[in-house]
Design a protein around this ligand. Structure first.
Ligand SMILES: [Zn+2]
Ligand SMILES: [Zn+2]
Length: 266
């Protein structure tokens, strides 16, 4: 069985990734992947929102670079997508983004808790020390639930991102997971197994086994993503992600084309 598609990777337009799309595609072919998808950090309405995403005027350039990779590697299926930040109040902006290009899918991610704290930003690690971990996790999952309910996204990204730095609340978070996964099941969006967590302090795939078991019980579909920010990260630890998914009972993942989905075995 070939490895599943890697549907989450970035480009240098986001200002914190290296290697051009053709380099990511070349690596994908080298390790035997048959399908990948680019999902770089989408612009925000204001380019000064933060400094880790493409600018609004770069959207066409992004698409052109993905198209170049498609032409250079015709043996590889390459999807065109975005990783979009979900913050309440940005729904119209996200709908506009969705209409600007023929995206194969949109990954909806929550990085911001409140308007200003991107909880995965290493430059803001000190904020964690000043915060109650359970409050952060609660706000995060509340927002993630809204993202799932919004029906704006095909996939919800790295759904337990707050564990990135290894800081975890003592409280049982199962009710937060349940609420989010019920929303995902209801709206029909998938969650991704994102192997980037293995490269962070938490040293765990996003999401962890507990959430994935719940997701399987609720029939929430899955996709796979490396969240590569460098060509050699494409497909990284996919054997491990496949083993985790299979161990909780998954045998199929979702394939996305022009925002339509189908199931494929892995
Ligand atoms: Zn990134
Ligand atoms: Zn992300």
């Amino acid at each position: 069985m070939p490895l599943p598609a890697d549907l989450h990777m970035h480009t240098p337009l986001c200002r914190h990734a290296v290697g051009e799309p053709v380099d990511y595609a070349r690596h994908a072919v080298q390790i035997g992947l048959t399908e990948i998808g680019f999902s770089d950090h989408a612009p925000m309405p204001r380019d000064d929102f933060d400094d880790w995403r493409m600018l609004d005027r770069q959207l066409d350039e992004y698409v052109a670079q993905v198209r170049l990779a498609q032409k250079a590697f015709p043996q590889l299926t390459i999807r065109l997508a975005l990783e979009v930040d979900f913050l309440p109040g940005y729904e119209d902006w996200i709908r506009q983004l969705a209409a600007r290009q023929p995206w194969d899918y949109l990954i909806g991610s929550v990085h911001y808790v409140g308007d200003l704290w991107d909880i995965d930003n290493p430059a803001k690690l000190s904020r964690w020390a000043q915060s109650d971990a359970f409050e952060v996790w609660s706000s995060y999952f509340e927002r993630l639930t809204l993202a799932a309910e919004s029906k704006l996204f095909d996939i919800i990204g790295h759904c337990d991102l707050p564990k990135k730095f290894g800081i975890r609340p003592a409280q049982d978070c199962t009710p937060l997971y349940e609420e989010f996964l019920n929303a995902a099941a209801q709206s029909g969006c998938a969650i991704e197994l994102n192997t980037a967590g293995l490269r962070k302090n938490c040293q765990e795939i996003y999401p962890g086994r507990d959430i994935l078991e719940l997701a399987h019980r609720k029939n929430v579909p899955i996709t796979f993503g490396s969240d590569a920010h460098a060509p050699e990260e494409v497909g990284m630890n996919f054997a491990e992600a496949v083993a985790l998914a299979r161990s909780v009972g998954y045998r199929e993942c979702r394939r996305l084309v022009q925002r339509q989905h189908e199931s494929v075995s892995f």
